[in-house]
Design a protein around this ligand. Structure first.
Ligand code: PLP
Length: 626
C-alpha cells in the first residue's frame, strides 16, 4: 500500500484487502466494500470488455454528505446566524445519471445547480421542473439565454442570473424591461486575490470573468436608476479550481466579504455570498500545496469559510449572508475509476540473449569487449566509475556504428550488455545507503514501458494537458513485491500518450512499480479519482471513443448491483463523429472487391471473408480485444 500511497489519497474510500486486491467503499465509515479485481472478473464474464469506467454512485452521496456535514458543524461551532448551501457546477460532470444522483442525494441538503452555458441551463431546468431545486447561471449569456431565465422566473423557477460583464447587465435590463419580468440577480466580482496552481488565472484583476470594483459601483448605480437594485441578491467570486493553499482561500474570503459588507452598507439587500469552487482534492495524498494536492481538509475549508465571513461581517457590523459554495471537483472526483488490462508486457521471453559472448570475446570489437569486462567485474567499489564508463562506451558504440566500424551484431550485444550492467548496478544500489547522488535517479534507466488498453486523451486528458497527477496502480497482486519499474503507455499513436509521473510513496515518482505479467494472466491497472472534468474533456484522438461504463451501487445482500451498462463507442460510431458512414464504406469496398474478383485477382471466399472482417470491426469496440 505504501508504494502507491493509497492510504493517503484513498480518503478511506479505497483500500487493499487481504487478497491483495484494491477495494472500494461507499463512504469512509461504511463496513461494505467491493473487491475491484473480483468485480472486473464478473464484468468480463458478462462480456463487458476493458477499458471499463466504473461509476460508484454511492460515493457521490458520501461526498455531498461530507461537505454538508463539515459546513453544518462549522456553522454550529461559530454560531453562524445564516445557512450554507452547495450548488453543484454541472460542468464538472454533466453525465445524466451523475446529475440525477447528485440532485437525488442532495435533496436533504437542498442542493442547487450551477450552469455556465445554454445546454447546461436546459439540463438544470429539466431537473428543477417539478422540484424546488434552485439554479445559478454563470458564464456569458446571449439574449436567448437571458430570455429563457426571465420566463423561467415568471413560471416559478428559483433562478439567479449572475452578471459577469457590464454589457451583460445592460442586456439583461433591456430584456427585463421589454418582457416585463425582473430576474433574481447576482454579480461576480473580480478580486485581486488569486488562487494557486494551474487555475490561478481564474482570479486576480486580469481574470476573464467578473466586474472590477469600479464597474461594480457602476452596476449598482445602473440598477438603482432602473429601480431593480432590490433584485440584486447575490455576490459571487471564484478564484479558480483546485486551490492548493488554504491561505489563498482565506485571502479571497476576506476581500470578498469586505465587498459584501460595503455593498450592504450602500443599501444593497444582498442575501448570499457565493464563494465559487476551489475546494480541492488530494490526488497524491501528500497534503501539500503542490497542485495535485491540497494542504487542508474539507472540515478545515468549511471552518475557514464560515469563520472568515463571520469575522468580517461582525467587524463591519453587517448581517451575515447565507453561504453558497460551487464545489464540483470535491463531489465527483472520487466516484469513478477506469480499469483496463495491461497489454504485451512480458517481453522478457522475447528479449535477446547473448550470454554466450561472455565466454568468447575475441571476435567482439574492443568497445564491446570493455563492456564485457565491466559486466564481469562491477562491484560496489567500482560502481560510480563503471556506471560512467558504461554510459561513455554505449555512446562510443553508437558513434562507431554510424561511422561503419561496428556491425549490427556488435551493436546489439553492446545494447544487451548495457541493460545487464544497469540491472547489476540496480541490485547493488538497492543494498547501499546512502545512494551516491548521480545514481539516485538510476532506476529510471531500467524503466520499462507497459502498454495499457486505453487512450490517455479520452480517459485522463488532464494528465496530458496540464500534467496533472492521478493515482494509478495495479488492482491485484498487492501482497507481492512488484518486480518492474514501469511507465504506462496508451494505445494511441502519439508519443505524448505515455504517463511518466505517478503518485509514489513520497509524492511524485517517475515510475510505477508493477508485477511481471504471467502467461494467460489478466493484469488490470486502475486509474483513480478521475470523476471531475475528465469524462467531458476527453477527446477522440485516433478515433478511440467513449469507453464502456458500468454504474454500480453497493448492495447488502449481493455486495454490488449493476444499475446501468453504457456501451462504449463502436468503431462505426466513432467514424460517424467525423462524417463517415459504415454502410457506405462497406459498399465502396465491396464494389472494389467485385472488380478484383472479376479480374481473378482475389477469390470470392477471400473477398467475402475480408468484408466480414471489416463489418465485424465496424460493429466492434474501438479499444483492443483479445
Ligand atoms: N464555479 C465556477 C464559476 C467555476 O468556474 C468552477 C470551475 O472552475 C467551479 C465552480 C468548480 O470549481 P471546482 O472545480 O473547484 O469544484
Amino acid at each position: 500500500a505504501k508504494i502507491y500511497n493509497i492510504d493517503n489519497w484513498g480518503s478511506e474510500l479505497f483500500s487493499i484487502n487481504k487478497k491483495g486486491h484494491v477495494c472500494v467503499h461507499p463512504s469512509p465509515t461504511s463496513k461494505y466494500s467491493i473487491d475491484l479485481r473480483d468485480l472486473m472478473e464478473d464484468l468480463i464474464k458478462r462480456k463487458i470488455k476493458p477499458p471499463i469506467l466504473l461509476r460508484f454512485m454511492d460515493i457521490l452521496e458520501g461526498r455531498i454528505g461530507a461537505i454538508n456535514r463539515a459546513f453544518k458543524s462549522a456553522i454550529s461551532e461559530n454560531d453562524y446566524p445564516a445557512k450554507y448551501r452547495t450548488f453543484y457546477p454541472i460542468k464538472v460532470n454533466q453525465q445524466r445519471q451523475v446529475v440525477e444522483a447528485i440532485t437525488q442525494f442532495g435533496k436533504r441538503y437542498n442542493i442547487g445547480l450551477e450552469v455556465g452555458s445554454k445546454p447546461e441551463l436546459v439540463v438544470a431546468i429539466s431537473f428543477a421542473s417539478g422540484t424546488n431545486i434552485p439554479i445559478i447561471c454563470n458564464g456569458y449569456k446571449d439574449a436567448e439565454f437571458i430570455e429563457t431565465v426571465l420566463y423561467a422566473t415568471k413560471i416559478g423557477f428559483d433562478i439567479t442570473i449572475v452578471v459577469e460583464k457590464l454589457f451583460e447587465l445592460e442586456k439583461i435590463i433591456a430584456l427585463a424591461k421589454k418582457v416585463g419580468i425582473v430576474p433574481k440577480l447576482g454579480i461576480r466580482v473580480k478580486l485581486s486575490s488569486k488562487g494557486t496552481g494551474k487555475w490561478a488565472t481564474s482570479g486576480g484583476e486580469d481574470a476573464k470573468f467578473g466586474l472590477r470594483i469600479s464597474e461594480l459601483i457602476t452596476a449598482i448605480e445602473l440598477l438603482e436608476e432602473e429601480g431593480m437594485v432590490d433584485k440584486l441578491k447575490l455576490l459571487h467570486f471564484h478564484i479558480g479550481s483546485q486551490i492548493t493553499k488554504i491561505d489563498k482561500i482565506k485571502n479571497a474570503l476576506i476581500e470578498g466579504t469586505r465587498v459584501y459588507a460595503e455593498m450592504r452598507k450602500m443599501g444593497v439587500d444582498l442575501e448570499y455570498v457565493d464563494i465559487g469552487g476551489g475546494l480541492g482534492v488530494d490526488y497524491d495524498g501528500t497534503k501539500s500545496s503542490y497542485f495535485s494536492s491540497v494542504n487542508y481538509t474539507v472540515e478545515e475549508y468549511a471552518n475557514d469559510v464560515v469563520y472568515q465571513i463571520k469575522n468580517i461581517c461582525d467587524e463591519a457590523g453587517v448581517e451575515c449572508p447565507n453561504i453558497i459554495s460551487e464545489s464540483g471537483r470535491a463531489i465527483v472526483a472520487h466516484y469513478s475509476v477506469l480499469i483496463t488490462n495491461a497489454l504485451d508486457t512480458n517481453t522478457q521471453s522475447l528479449s535477446p540473449d547473448f550470454e554466450e559472448v561472455l565466454e568468447t570475446t575475441e571476435k567482439l570489437s574492443p568497445t564491446v569487449r570493455k563492456l564485457v569486462d565491466i559486466y564481469k567485474s562491477i562491484d560496489r567499489h567500482s560502481l560510480r566509475e563503471d556506471y560512467h564508463d558504461t554510459l561513455q562506451l554505449i555512446q562510443e558504440a553508437v558513434s562507431l556504428f554510424n561511422l561503419g566500424y561496428l556491425n549490427l551484431q556488435d551493436r546489439a550485444v553492446a545494447e544487451w550488455l548495457c541493460s545487464r550492467i544497469f540491472k547489476k548496478i540496480n541490485g547493488i544500489v538497492e543494498k547501499i545507503k546512502p545512494i551516491p547522488e548521480e545514481l539516485s535517479n538510476f532506476h529510471l534507466s531500467l524503466r520499462q514501458t507497459y502498454f495499457a488498453n486505453f487512450s490517455l486523451f479520452q480517459s485522463i486528458p488532464d494528465s496530458w494537458a496540464i500534467d496533472q497527477l492521478f493515482p494509478i496502480m495495479p488492482i491485484q497482486r498487492l501482497n507481492q513485491k512488484p518486480d518492474v519499474m514501469a511507465s504506462i503507455a496508451d494505445i494511441t499513436c502519439d508519443s505524448d500518450g505515455e504517463i511518466t509521473s505517478f503518485v509514489g510513496e513520497n509524492g511524485r515518482s517517475k515510475f510505477l512499480p508493477l508485477h511481471k505479467v504471467r502467461k494467460n494472466e489478466d493484469y488490470y491497472i486502475g486509474f483513480f479519482l478521475i470523476g471531475a472534468y475528465q469524462e467531458i474533456l476527453g477527446d477522440m484522438h485516433n478515433l478511440f471513443g467513449d469507453t464502456n461504463a458500468v454504474h454500480i451501487t453497493f448492495n447488502k445482500k449481493t455486495n454490488y448491483k449493476i444499475d446501468t451498462v453504457i456501451n462504449g463507442d463502436a468503431v462505426w460510431e466513432s467514424l460517424k463523429y467525423v462524417q463517415y458512414k459504415g454502410p457506405e464504406i462497406l459498399k465502396h469496398v465491396r464494389d472494389t472487391l467485385e472488380k478484383s474478383v472479376a479480374h481473378r485477382k482475389v477469390s470470392i471466399e477471400e473477398s467475402s471473408h475480408f468484408l466480414e472482417l471489416l463489418d465485424k470491426t465496424l460493429l466492434g469496440y474501438t479499444y483492443f480485444g483479445e
